[in-house]
Design a protein around this ligand. Structure first.
Ligand code: ZN
Length: 381
């Protein structure tokens, strides 16, 4: 292991989860066993390949799928003596992606040194009688979101509907006394995208705080935050899809799924009561930090330009001067893509951005950037 940074999500509150995810197949051996009976746990088969060597298999929920081989498992010693283990993760249907992290409590995570070749990642562990959690990123499960939402002193926690498997889709709503303007924030359409989830949480920890600029903003803006649009996928440790095996961020045109329908119904209700959706952000993770934006001169299906066409360019230019990191603004549009930002543009005639964070972006950088992004954004709203 490196002499490393510790990644702590203790600020999320402890999330004690007893929910049972599907157990991995044949993962009990003479001296060690691998477990996934916890929320977001995932492995798809184990084999012993030497006295202290194990190969663990990672498979997606269904095909075709983007390569996001999520894994999260617990390693338990069957004895008391310390043992050294060599673990090889084999990703089926995609290259190895998420760098392994270890934790004893699912709150504080330490990166593990690893070697990667194509679809395999190998690393060593020292296992005592304290079980270890290994995962591709910090585990933020459904209970984490509930605890986190409940700790905000401003706004009201509501449910905007149910997922495919009947889980509540929770939201935090703020209503300003004399404003019809709404900011919409969503996240976790794609379950393994934890760096994006962290950005959403840092962004919102500031947004809903007593900070003077935020109080000022909340006095003139309504806010809807839906941090966990795909709770079934999060629970199952899915690579990308919801419980029906569909990519929610390709479903915003058809809205065939309970999750997209719930968000859409809520936004329609806001509009029906006179609210105006003014801007939306959707948090994700990918290989690098990038903001997927709408082109400034985009004309909606109604042949209308977007409101405040330069809003996003101005915002991201300001952000670039505020932080010492690269800000990549990648504009595009495709009315048939079914992605959330396109849906917002076409339905409400306003800008929307897919806020992408690199899988391995430094955790302090994620926080610094998210807070600076918010401070810059509210100056333009
Ligand atoms: Zn994504």
């Amino acid at each position: 292991m490196k002499a490393v940074s510790v990644l702590s999500i203790a600020w999320l509150l402890a999330s004690v989860s007893c929910t049972v995810a599907s157990a991995a197949d044949n993962c009990s051996f003479a001296t060690v066993s691998f477990h996934t009976e916890f929320a977001s746990g995932r492995l798809n088969g184990c084999e012993q390949t030497g006295p202290t060597s194990y190969t663990l298999h990672l498979k997606p929920e269904n095909l075709p799928i983007n390569p996001s081989p999520w894994y999260a498992f617990q390693v338990v010693s069957n004895g008391t003596a310390e043992q050294s283990l060599s673990i090889t993760l084999v990703s089926h249907h995609g290259p190895a992606r998420y760098q392994p992290k270890v934790s004893t409590d699912k709150q504080r995570w330490t990166p593990v040194d690893f070697q990667k070749t194509d679809n395999r990642m190998q690393f060593n562990l020292t296992l005592s009688n304290t079980p270890l959690y290994i995962a591709g990123a910090e585990i933020i499960d459904n209970d984490s979101y509930s605890s986190w939402l409940a700790q905000h002193r401003h706004g009201r926690v509501i449910s905007i509907g149910k997922s495919t498997q009947g889980r509540s889709i929770e939201a935090l709503e703020h209503r300003a006394a004399n404003s019809t303007d709404w900011l919409i924030l969503i996240g976790r359409q794609h379950p393994p995208e934890i760096s994006g989830a962290l950005a959403l949480m840092h962004f919102n920890n500031l947004l809903w705080s007593d900070d003077a600029a935020m109080q000022d903003f909340r006095a003139r803006y309504n806010i809807l935050l839906v941090p966990n649009v795909n709770p079934d996928g999060v629970h199952a440790g899915n690579w990308r899809h919801n419980a029906n095996g569909l990519d929610l961020n390709r479903d915003w045109k058809n809205r065939s799924q309970a999750e997209t329908q719930a968000v859409h119904a809520k936004l329609q209700a806001i509009q029906a009561e006179g609210g105006r959706i003014r801007f939306a952000l959707d948090f994700h993770s990918t290989w690098r930090n990038v903001y997927y934006t709408m082109t400034a001169d985009y004309m909606t299906a109604k042949e209308q330009p977007l409101e405040q066409p330069q809003l996003v360019n101005n915002w991201l230019n300001d952000l670039a001067t505020a932080i010492p990191f690269t800000v990549e603004n990648k504009p595009s549009h495709n009315p048939n893509s079914g992605v959330f930002k396109q849906y917002i543009a076409d339905q409400f005639g306003v800008h929307s951005v897919t806020y992408e964070v690199g899988d391995s972006t430094d955790r302090n950088e994620i926080k610094t950037t998210a807070e600076a992004a918010l401070r810059a954004l509210i100056k333009h709203l």
